[in-house]
Design a protein around this ligand. Structure first.
Ligand code: PMP
Length: 392
């Protein structure tokens, strides 16, 4: 028998069956995937240029237009997660040397500023403490001072639990010759957003939050103003994969015959299509109301447990992700571990500027139910009884 040339043996870990435990995901995302969406994602593959797949892409586009409340032609799903959409938005909008103003009141502004700097933009940050939101006056001051061509702001700040009011911001930006770019990864479907009426120029989201699909595809849409700015670019976008000219063609947004750009994650698109279909069936207004009501119930329950909500103003609380201060005498890691070990429930600690300060509880899409609120409150009550001073 010939001696093997292989120096690396087959890994033993791969010779065992895949093991995936059952968990209730009540962190800031991903949220659990319902059976209908799981079934869609496990359908047999088709070719990425087959008419049936192109049809599914058209249906996704219509679903995103509904979820975003936009008629924008340039509406599609990026093959990647929310970060990928954030990069796609910034790298297509910003030409080398453009000025960007980034509203930073949590990690997502920090990340957008980092990405914009990597792209060679001239970046100014507008700062607010975590837990607060920006007023139109804050924004106007920044627009007057820095004269940016793009403003980035986060609608649902999932690291701090803040819902940013968007009323008037689009009009304000346009009066100052600036485009409005909004991150709605954590808020889409959970809180009202009206892309066209609110004059948002670029809006993006993710698949794994309220839409209840697995991570890996990210809705995005560009206004006519944004499209015109992209057409005026002096340099090509830095990424081929995320070049909106190519993607617009692949998604049938430019009226030209569709050309192969990349092999789309077809099964992710099947799942996203079903997530959007479920949102369309429920209706946006019902979905917003469901998230509002369950968030209110959760906030009341948390206060009854003696916990302090991180976001003071009720109307500034993000209905999908609730933040509560880590109570004195507790280590947040003990509490999250207790819920995981004893209840198979995921909640999260802080992120970026809120690390060590807060616990984050997510109620998104199908996970936003009154029953889940009761489950997590019951688990937290138990945790508060067991974890006090356990490590401090
Ligand atoms: N923006 C916000 C507001 C988010 O909550 C997230 C995900 N937590 C992202 C962007 C990044 O999305 P992803 O993890 O899918 O890349």
């Amino acid at each position: 028998m010939a001696t093997s040339l292989l120096c690396v043996p087959p890994p033993q870990v791969l010779l065992r069956p895949l093991a995936v435990p059952e968990r209730l995901l009540l962190g800031p995302g991903p949220s659990n995937v319902p059976p209908r969406i799981l079934a869609a994602g496990s359908q047999q593959l088709l070719g990425h240029m087959h008419p049936e797949v192109l049809q599914v892409m058209d249906e996704i586009k219509a679903g995103i237009q509904y979820a975003f409340q936009t008629q924008n032609r340039l509406t599609l799903a990026i093959s990647g997660t929310g970060h990928c959409a954030m990069e796609a938005a910034l790298l297509n909008l910003l030409d080398h040397g453009d000025t960007a103003l980034v509203a930073v009141n949590g990690i997502w502004g920090q990340r957008a500023a980092d990405i914009a700097r990597r792209l060679g933009a001239n970046v100014h940050e507008l700062l607010k403490p975590p837990g607060e939101y920006f007023t139109p006056w804050d924004i106007e001051e920044g627009l007057v001072q820095h004269k940016p061509s793009v403003l980035f702001i986060t609608h649902g700040e999932s690291s701090t639990g803040v819902l940013q009011p968007l009323e008037g911001l689009g009009e304000l930006c346009h009066r100052h010759g600036c485009l409005l770019l909004v991150d709605a990864v954590a808020s889409l479907g959970g809180a009202p957003i009206f892309m066209d009426q609110q004059e948002v120029d670029v809006l993006y989201s993710g698949s794994q939050k309220v839409l209840n699909a697995p991570p890996g595809s990210a809705p995005i849409s560009f206004s006519e103003r944004a499209r015109e700015k992209m057409l005026r670019r002096k340099t090509k976008p830095l990424s081929f994969y995320l070049d909106m000219g190519w993607l617009a063609n692949y998604w049938g947004c430019d009226g030209e015959p569709r050309r192969y750009h990349h092999t789309a994650p077809i099964n992710s698109f099947f799942s996203l299509r079903e997530g959007l279909a479920m949102l369309a069936e429920l209706g946006l207004e019902n979905s917003w109301e469901r998230h509002r009501a369950n968030c209110t119930q959760l906030c009341r329950g948390l206060c009854d447990l003696g916990l302090e909500l991180f976001v003071k103003e009720e109307k500034a609380r993000l209905p999908t992700v609730t933040t509560v201060r880590v109570p004195k005498g507790y280590d947040w890691k003990d509490i999250t571990a207790f819920l995981m070990d004893n209840y198979a429930i995921e909640i999260a600690g802080g992120l970026g500027p809120s690390v060590g300060k807060v616990l984050r509880i997510g109620l998104m899409g199908c996970n936003s139910t009154s029953g889940n609120v009761d489950r997590v409150l019951c688990a937290l009550r138990d945790a508060l009884g067991h974890c006090r001073h356990s490590r401090l």
